[in-house]
Design a protein. Structure first.
Length: 303
């Protein structure tokens, strides 16, 4: 029996995922949040297929260990840029370093993300989950966009989540000052905003040779949320983690989206790993998306 469209993501997660053997030799691939989980697996997979990876990470020591590991394992070049995506000034500095040092950018993987159980504001005065998961990736993408157009063909991959189905986006209360903060909805709000701007980016990039797609990285074990209290961490490690898969499937999926020849012209699509999927209805509201774009520009200091 075919599932209703809004539940099709359950069946899609069980489907055989697509892979590719396409090489990325000489391609510059920028990956955010690459020291663990999905980002680490993406960096490892892209390096395995020859990519020159540029890792934007908060923890320089962890990043250095990943750099050494990947260079020794695959003989590819790995560079590190330190940046805390809870600080938009760091995002701008990272973009400046990239534009100064890399004449081309072939792939941008926006993966860095967090999940909080309690409301917190960044130094920029933005709710932290919304700032890290959406505003920072929006700002980085905008700052690198012209270089990627010059480098075309190029691809942008937004690591999104089925968490967008939780909703929570309220443009009149992005900082949760009028509502009681709920972790899942706060996370959902950031992912809805990111998806809504993907459609806007896709329209903006038509005919440029640059594609942008979003993907759910699968139900996998990562360190997201491990910044929360002890009870939350124990629950995730002892209960939730037992039902999650190894994040290597995420790395394989990102490699497919970044390199598969049959996706060269595909843009503005949401994938459940590698299976095209329709997002929740509230993440397809184009009028809302235009408003989110304007708000994102203002929060990112681009307006």
């Amino acid at each position: 029996m075919k599932l209703p469209e809004e539940l099709q993501f359950i069946a899609n997660a069980r489907k055989v995922q697509l892979t590719t053997t396409a090489r990325l030799d000489g391609r510059v691939c920028v990956i955010t949040g690459a020291t663990s989980g999905v980002g680490y697996q993406a960096a490892r997979r892209l390096a395995q297929f020859g990519a020159h990876t540029v890792l934007i990470c908060r923890n320089r020591l962890k990043a250095a260990a990943v750099k050494d590991e990947l260079e020794q394992a695959f003989g590819t070049r790995v560079d590190i840029i330190q940046a805390d995506f809870a600080r938009l000034a760091d995002v701008r500095t990272a973009a400046e370093v990239i534009l100064k040092n890399y004449p081309r950018i072939d792939v941008l993987v926006n993966n860095a993300g967090i999940h909080n159980t309690h409301r917190s504001l960044t130094v920029d005065g933005i709710e932290e989950v919304f700032a890290v998961n959406h505003v920072a990736s929006f700002l980085l993408t905008r700052l690198l966009l012209e270089r990627m157009i010059e480098s075309a063909p190029a691809r942008i991959i937004q690591v999104n989540s089925q968490g967008h189905r939780f909703g929570g986006l309220n443009l009149a209360d992005l900082n949760w000052e009028k509502r009681r903060y709920k972790g899942l909805q706060g996370y959902g709000a950031s992912k809805v905003a990111q998806l809504l701007t993907v459609w806007e980016f896709a329209d903006l990039l038509k005919g440029s040779g640059v594609t942008i797609n979003a993907m759910h990285p699968g139900e996998v074990k990562t360190n997201i949320g491990m910044n929360n209290d002890l009870l939350y961490r124990l629950y995730n490690r002892l209960i939730v983690a037992r039902f999650l898969k190894d994040p290597h499937i995420s790395g394989s999926a990102i490699h497919y989206l970044a390199a598969a020849p049959d996706l060269a012209q595909v843009s503005g699509t949401f994938y459940n790993l590698t299976i095209p999927e329709k997002p929740a209805a509230h993440a397809l509201d184009r009028e809302l998306g235009k408003k989110v774009w304007q708000v994102s520009e203002r929060l990112a200091g681009l307006a």
